[in-house]
Design a protein around this ligand. Structure first.
Ligand SMILES: Nc1ncnc2c1ncn2[C@@H]1O[C@H](COP(=O)(O)OP(=O)(O)O)[C@@H](O)[C@H]1O
Ligand SMILES: [Mg+2]
Length: 391
């Protein structure tokens, strides 16, 4: 069993640097650690200043790195399906080389990289697996796939399979279309099961945490808030928010404007992610490359502590369907008889109870739905949303 830590965030915020720093610290504390990049824009190798490949490569004692390779992964996990798709393309007259290129469908690569996580977990070779994941949008989409996969597996797959068993031979004879055989279906099933297993691992709060990396910039914070909501929607535990590139005091007059903006955004970040803790990493005077710089990042984040600890346990809020509408529940640090005020601002919901404020970016299903009211049930605040969009 391994501890799994996934870092995600908008492009360029520092995911790779923070993931590498976390992994290095874990390894130096004596844990067998793997850091694996699932972002197509690989930069782990640059971060450690070593060459990495499609299988784990040793970096220092107790530390291995892996940058997945699209063709290698696709062959490994999608081989059978890919060969079938390729035969269809060839039947349509596409030449071999192009047919092979075309079978790498968007998302396959990142998905295959995620499947590695489950394999490494099951192998028992590593105590900690640190994932340098793709930017938030893609990661959220990928993490929602197992749900979709299960749906396909249960509903579409058996029907298709039966239909093919009946019509397949006819199709092949009459039209010459390559029909998927049982091996293709079996490979599809196997893939869905792996996906399911991976999602189960990532949702297991005894093992996994998803951590968000952000900078103090409006767009970046907004995207992080949205992902945060989605992780809760899909039930993936989040235990830490890393606020990277925080300008230190005395950065100079030129940076005064940036500094002001960062100071303004700081409370918004606290409000948006509480009770999940937010930790800061300063804007260093140079790039984060090499072990020495990575140690500095780790020190800023974890001081002398263990990066693999759980910094928060629990689900700050949940969304579920009830009576045709939606119910959003939040665990609050207090019970209150005070007036709860709900303010909608586009896709954001601003909650205010006395002087306490929370800012939530709503999942898409709730953006159009009207909030019908909020009430306390013990320490839990319950907000009801109407099912239909406002007329
Ligand atoms: N705290 C920091 N101080 C200075 N430079 C940083 C810091 N964090 C990241 N960087 C630099 O910013 C660039 C982008 O960081 P990286 O970790 O590759 O981001 P991402 O993986 O999110 O795209 C890299 O050149 C990295 O060295
Ligand atoms: Mg990166």
């Amino acid at each position: 069993m391994s501890r799994i830590i996934v870092y995600t965030g908008k492009g360029g915020v520092g995911k790779t640097s923070v993931a590498a720093a976390t992994a290095l610290r874990c390894a130096e504390r004596g844990q067998r650690t793997l850091v694996i990049s699932t972002d197509i824009a690989h930069s782990l190798a640059d971060s450690f200043d070593v060459a990495l490949g499609g299988e784990p490569t040793k970096i220092v004692d107790n530390l291995w790195g892996q940058e997945s390779d699209v063709y290698y992964n696709v062959r490994r996990y999608w081989g059978t399906i890919q060969r079938y798709v390729q035969s269809v393309f060839r039947w349509r007259g596409l030449d071999d080389v192009l047919a092979e290129e075309m079978t790498v469908l968007p998302g396959m690569d990142e998905l295959s990289s995620l499947l590695w996580i489950a394999e490494h977990h099951d192998s028992g070779q590593f105590d900690v697996i640190v994932v340098d994941a793709a930017p938030t949008g893609e990661t959220v989409r990928l993490l929602s796939l197992p749900e979709a996969g299960r749906w396909w597996l249960e509903r579409i797959f058996p029907i298709q399979r039966r239909a093919m068993q009946i019509a397949g031979p006819v199709l092949r004879r009459v039209m010459g279309i390559p029909v998927p055989d049982d091996a293709v279906f079996a490979a599809g099933e196997e893939l869905f099961h792996r996906l399911d297993h991976m999602a189960e691992l990532l949702a297991d709060e005894q093992k996994s945490s998803i951590r968000l990396v952000l900078n103090l910039e409006k767009m970046v914070i907004k995207e992080a808030q949205r992902s945060f909501t989605y992780f809760h929607l899909f039930g993936y535990p989040t235990d830490l928010v890393v606020c990277n590139r925080v300008l230190p005091e005395g950065a100079g007059a030129y940076f005064e404007g940036w500094h002001d903006a960062q100071r303004r955004y700081q409370p918004l970040v606290e409000e948006s992610f509480a009770p999940v803790p937010v930790r800061a990493v300063p804007f260093f005077d140079r790039e984060v490359i090499g072990l020495e710089m990575l140690r500095k990042v780790a020190a800023a984040l974890f001081e002398e502590g263990d990066p693999a600890s759980f910094f928060y346990r629990g689900r700050p809020y949940r969304v579920r369907r009830e009576n045709g509408g939606y119910v959003l529940t939040l665990d609050l640090p207090f019970t209150s008889k005070e007036q709860v005020s709900l303010l909608r601002n586009g896709d954001e919901l601003v909650l205010q109870v006395g002087s306490w404020r929370r800012n939530l970016v709503l999942p898409r299903a709730l953006v159009e739905a009207q909030a019908r009211g909020a009430k306390f049930e013990g320490n839990t605040l319950r907000i009801d949303f109407a099912a239909r969009a406002r007329e």
